[in-house]
Design a protein around this ligand. Structure first.
Ligand SMILES: *[C@@H]1O[C@H](CO)[C@@H](O)[C@H](O)[C@H]1NC(C)=O
Ligand SMILES: *[C@@H]1O[C@H](CO)[C@@H](O)[C@H](O)[C@H]1NC(C)=O
Length: 367
């Protein structure tokens, strides 16, 4: 009995301490978790039988490898740029088999193009990972890191992580407004639909809190009526489509209200609202000020505004992606993504509520 105690204290315990010291630098670096739709999917859909995918050229044309990765961008997407700003490597898609061992400690991306707040959003894309399934994978993830660093460290890694969730756009463009007289538009007026979405989003955010999320960046929806795809299908003369803009104008303020309620209910700034509408609208209404030649025409696509159909090898492709705000009919170019993340980092309360990410990062580094 006493000799085994001796073995533990003089040999095993120091050994464990040394090992912990070796492992801990990676554990201490802040992890990053991503949930949501195509704006933040880094390639999960490559592994699924779905039409919502970005794994063939010219997607990725400006990515470091110049190959498609599943990101809906010419180069980096929003999560990549956030990772860059918090000083970590990009998080891998959860379904990527390379995501194992120490790599898990960097975090993971669970996002899947085509999904929405509602389970019936994106049904036309067949096999996609809906938000509650993304959360099941997150639980799975937590079991896996518990095996590597133990229960306490795993819990800490999750609680101290930065989390990004981007949802809502598809509930409008790929559900309510997808076809005239869609089931949801017959069921709900637009304001009632927005209230319904918010009531479902509340459950989603509370679940994320239950699963350990403590710093969660929640992006509202962008100016959906201004994307090249909607301009091509619905705009009269290149103006943003009013009823779709109206959707974002109703939804976003309700989301900010929800976030304020949740934070006061939880007694802490768990959720941070990022105003994706204003950040995008800045360069959509004045593209030249930001070095873009246009915010109406997508770089890659065909038809009016290059906004019809998908971006493929056969599409028009602009030679210089840095001067286009939109890469394809729905998604910003890497350069536009950089402008958006810049506002996440340092934006005033017009963009970030209750505070921006640099303030959050500074607060968290002091505790
Ligand atoms: C969506 O699906 C999840 C489980 O997959 C379920 O828990 C949830 O209640 C569903 N939401 C609605 C509004 O039906
Ligand atoms: C946002 O970030 C900037 C630069 O770090 C800071 O000066 C500013 O006070 C912050 N604003 C808010 C509202 O948090």
């Amino acid at each position: 009995m006493s000799s085994s105690w001796f073995v533990f204290t003089t040999i095993i315990f120091p050994l464990v301490a040394v090992m912990a010291a070796i492992v801990s630098p990676q554990v201490e670096a802040r992890a990053f978790f991503v949930f949501g739709d195509s704006l933040v999917d880094s390639g999960n859909n490559n592994y699924l039988a779905t039409t919502a995918r970005a794994d063939s050229p010219p997607y990725g044309v400006d990515y470091p490898t110049h190959r498609p990765t599943g990101r809906f961008s010419n180069g980096l997407n929003l999560p990549d740029i956030i990772s860059e700003r918090i000083g970590s490597e990009s998080t891998l898609p959860y379904l990527n088999p390379d995501l194992r061992g120490q790599k898990l400690l960097v975090g993971a991306n669970f996002a899947s193009a085509g999904i929405g707040i509602l389970n019936d959003t994106g049904i036309q894309f067949a096999n996609i990972i809906r938000i509650f399934r993304q959360f099941e994978y997150f639980q799975d993830y937590q079991r896996r890191i518990t095996e590597i660093v133990g229960k306490e460290q795993a819990q800490r890694l999750v609680n101290q992580a930065l989390v990004l969730i981007t949802l809502g756009g598809n509930d409008f463009v790929n559900n309510y407004f997808l076809v005239p007289f869609s089931a949801r538009s017959r069921q709900f007026s637009l304001p009632d639909y927005c209230r319904y979405l918010i009531s479902e989003y509340r459950k989603i955010l509370l679940r994320l809190y239950e699963l350990g999320g403590r710093r969660v960046l929640v992006t509202g929806t962008g100016p959906l009526g201004c994307v090249p795809s909607e301009l091509a299908m619905r705009s009269r003369n290149g103006e943003c489509v009013p009823e779709i803009q109206q959707a974002a104008a109703i939804f976003n303020p309700l989301l900010v209200q929800l976030i304020q309620q949740l934070n006061s209910q939880l007694g802490s700034t768990v959720f941070i609202a990022a105003n994706a509408f204003s950040t995008n609208m800045d360069f959509i209404s004045n593209p030249q000020r930001f070095g873009f030649v246009t915010s109406k025409v997508a770089c890659c696509g065909q038809g009016p505004y290059n906004g019809l159909g998908l971006c493929t090898r056969l599409s028009n492709l602009c030679p210089n992606r840095n001067i286009y705000a939109f890469w394809d009919g729905f998604h910003p170019s890497e350069r536009a993504n950089r402008l958006i993340v810049q506002q996440f980092m340092i934006g005033s309360t017009k963009y970030m509520n209750p505070m921006n990410l640099s303030t959050i990062m500074e607060m968290d580094s002091r505790t």
